[in-house]
Design a protein around this ligand. Structure first.
Ligand code: AMP
Ligand code: ZN
Length: 115
């Protein structure tokens, strides 16, 4: 997708602090961290949300999630982390390219979902 910020990061057209890359995903630092450690694990394939996934996207996302578990200690998340995927308007998704937030490096407060 030409105007997708995460596709541009994946292509290297926009700089990022990259911690991991393989053929299926990249892991970068979130530009506006909400915890001491805040990473984004971004599948390389562009689709907006679970609603838009194909069966093969689902298999690839499963592999990405398994890899997140494997590399978490090397990201300083060996003590645990919160795994968040925001979906659509009510989920307050701001970038329409499916991605996973990994938050940790500290004890996290219980989220206050209702404003
Ligand atoms: P979401 O609200 O779930 O769509 O999350 C989008 C996330 O992308 C937010 O936490 C932003 O801080 C983050 N973000 C936006 N632009 C960039 C960027 N250029 N590099 C790294 N993170 C970004
Ligand atoms: Zn994209």
């Amino acid at each position: 997708m030409e105007d997708c910020i995460f596709c541009k990061i994946i292509k290297g057209d926009i700089p990022s602090t990259k911690y991991y890359e393989d053929d299926l995903m990249i892991v970068i630092a979130d530009i506006a961290p909400k915890a001491k450690k805040h990473y984004l694990a971004i599948p390389k394939k562009h689709y907006k949300s679970f609603t838009d996934m194909t069966d093969s996207d689902a298999i690839e996302l499963g592999k990405c999630i398994k890899k997140v578990g494997e590399i978490a200690p090397s990201l300083g998340l060996e003590n645990g982390f919160r795994f968040v995927i925001n979906q659509g308007d009510d989920g307050m998704q701001t970038v329409p390219h499916l991605h996973m937030h990994l938050l940790g490096g500290q004890k996290l407060d219980e989220p206050n979902y209702c404003k």
